[in-house]
Design a protein around this ligand. Structure first.
Ligand code: ATP
Ligand code: MG
Length: 188
């Protein structure tokens, strides 16, 4: 099954961002495809295909990784586009917080990645860029997202505590759906 580990902002943070998207951004029309609010999340680690027989060890290790991490406080704020604003394929909102919270988020992502790696899941080393994907453009040329990024730059959402991590199963067909499979509280 296709799996990833994520943090979900609480409803107040989602609602505030949804208002910003509907009232503060240029409309997210084609070639953008908006990610539904129900799927908005911050990925900690993308695990890809994981064999059924790895699941129980994975869950044990993720549980320990969560337990070793302490709760932290973040806000959704600002944004950008990958790979670049002028040829965006992923339009995203960023996170802000105290230095210590951003460090803790990175450590949490590192621990989750290490838990997966020790379970035998191939985890490519790549820089962690915490972001919430708002929309995607499948065109390999991307689309000019400069006005979107500029509009998002002034956005500062409410502060919220990260209290748990969620293991999510992703089904791509017939349309992408995300199913929480397990969740573990952060220690403290
Ligand atoms: P879709 O691919 O249909 O647009 P999705 O991206 O939400 O849907 P997945 O592709 O299963 O669903 O990805 C789940 C999460 O993992 C998303 O946050 C996605 O951005 C992230 N992700 C997917 N592939 C990778 C990857 N190769 N490296 C890092 N993160 C990834
Ligand atoms: Mg994807």
């Amino acid at each position: 099954m296709r799996l990833f580990v994520a943090v979900y902002p609480p409803p107040a943070a989602l609602d505030a961002l949804a208002r910003e998207v509907s009232d503060g951004l240029p409309p997210l029309v084609a070639p953008w495809r908006a990610v539904p609010v129900s799927q908005w999340h911050l990925t900690l680690a993308f695990l890809g295909e994981v064999a059924q027989d790895r699941l129980s060890e994975l869950c044990e290790r993720l549980s320990r990784a969560a337990g070793r991490s302490t709760p932290l406080t973040l806000a959704l704020s600002g944004g950008g586009a990958f790979p670049a604003a002028r040829r965006g394929q992923v339009l995203w909102v960023g996170v802000r917080g105290e230095r210590s919270a951003l460090d803790a988020l990175r450590r949490l992502a590192d621990r989750v990645g290490a838990a997966a790696r020790r379970t035998g899941i191939a985890m490519p080393a790549r820089a962690y860029r915490p972001h919430l994907t708002l929309a995607r453009c499948r065109d390999p040329q991307g689309v000019d997202a400069a006005s979107m990024v500029a509009a998002l730059s002034g956005y500062a959402g409410p502060v919220w505590p990260v209290t748990e991590i969620v293991l999510v199963r992703s089904q791509l067909a017939p349309t992408t759906s995300h199913h929480p499979a397990a969740r573990w509280p952060l220690g403290g």
